[in-house]
Design a protein around this ligand. Structure first.
Ligand SMILES: C[S@@+](CC[C@H](N)C(=O)[O-])C[C@H]1O[C@@H](n2cnc3c(N)ncnc32)[C@H](O)[C@@H]1O
Length: 328
């Protein structure tokens, strides 16, 4: 939906291709900004009845409770003016407003309301959309585009008006603010599909409002061992994975992607190998051909990405050419 630490906007189509198209229940226990769901072509999922958003970060959960009522959230966002393309001298009131909101919603004693709170959601969006893509919103500084780029706050407001985005917002059935294992337990069934995108190993301190350390990854593994439904699980490779999800028991698929967080002006972006671990056999799910075609494409298309000097925001508001970026 918007740029986010570990957001899967660029990998979502690749991941979506491995999801069986006849699923009825779709759950993302680590939803973040829910990129994989938003990139799903819903027409290709005719049986999909229930979609569950879950994130342990209460600000994320509140935002998704509110986004289901996009017209009301849009009106709430209208209260807050933001930087505009073509206006080079950004009024200082905007960064002051950003600082006030950031201080308020990330204060140690701030308690996110459990009912949809539109005031908090709009303030959270204001902060999330005016920090550098993928940086930590509670500490990142206000990014002044100096009139050069369309503000991502306006880009997300545009999405609230667009048909294809509204169709996805409407399709979200439940929004949860639970720990991953609790949400798995609550929604697991033979017809449930889980897509899991945990905080990557050794990156737990990047996320707001919680940590997800080694013992949590192991806890997740234990919980996935017993699920009745199907799952796919995103990771970068690390040693324990071979033992936790052995290749003779799980299907492993990999693909190289350029890492947005490693981008800087004029430099070749570093690549990372995305791994998707599945507990269902591709040959039994009608995906065998796809499996083959992915394997072929792996050798063909990924290794040529250099960040252009004049990169602009894309439709998702994810890429920026800026000199001030904070690297994770
Ligand atoms: C890698 S991000 C997911 C990004 C998401 N796939 C996207 O495209 O935006 C991981 C998410 O897991 C959440 N998280 C961390 N610990 C969690 C836990 N114990 N249970 C559920 N969610 C958790 C974080 O708040 C974060 O939003």
């Amino acid at each position: 939906m918007i740029s986010y630490i570990g957001g899967k906007s660029r990998m979502a189509e690749w991941i979506d291709a491995f999801i069986p198209k006849d699923i009825e229940t779709y759950v993302e226990p680590f939803s973040g900004m829910f990129w994989v769901f938003f990139k799903m072509d819903l027409e290709k999922y005719p049986n999909l009845k229930t979609v569950t958003y879950n994130d342990f970060n209460s600000l994320n959960a509140n935002l998704f409770r509110c986004i289901k009522d996009y017209d009301r959230l849009y009106d709430e966002c209208l209260k807050y003016p933001c930087q505009q393309v073509g206006i080079e001298n950004t009024p200082k009131e905007y960064s002051e407003m950003f600082n006030i909101f950031q201080k308020e919603i990330f204060a140690k004693d701030f308690v996110t309301p459990t009912d949809a709170n539109f005031d908090v959601a709009a303030k959270y969006l204001y902060v999330l959309t005016q920090v550098f893509s993928g940086s930590k919103p509670e500490t990142a500084k206000y990014m002044d585009y100096r009139g050069k780029y369309r503000c991502k706050f306006l880009i997300i407001m545009d999405k609230m008006k667009k048909k294809e985005w509204r169709e996805h917002f409407d399709k979200i059935t439940f929004v949860e603010n639970l720990d991953v294992c609790d949400v798995i337990q609550k929604y697991d069934s033979p017809t449930t599909y889980f897509y899991l995108d945990p905080p990557y190993y050794d990156t737990e301190h990047y996320y707001s409002k919680h940590e997800f350390g080694r013992s949590d990854h192991e806890r997740l593994k234990n919980c996935l061992e017993n699920v009745k439904g199907m799952f796919s699980l995103s990771y970068y490779v690390f040693d324990e994975l071979n033992e936790w999800f052995p290749k003779d028991k799980y299907v492993w698929e990999t693909k190289e992607f350029s890492k947005a967080a490693a981008a800087s002006k004029g430099k070749v972006q570093t690549k990372g190998t995305e791994l998707l671990i599945m507990n269902y056999g591709l040959e039994n799910s009608g995906l065998a051909d796809l499996h083959q075609s992915h394997a072929t494409r792996l050798t063909e298309d990924y290794i040529d990405i250099i960040l252009p000097l004049d990169e602009d925001l894309d439709d998702d508001g994810n890429y920026i050419n800026d000199n001030d970026r904070e690297i994770l």
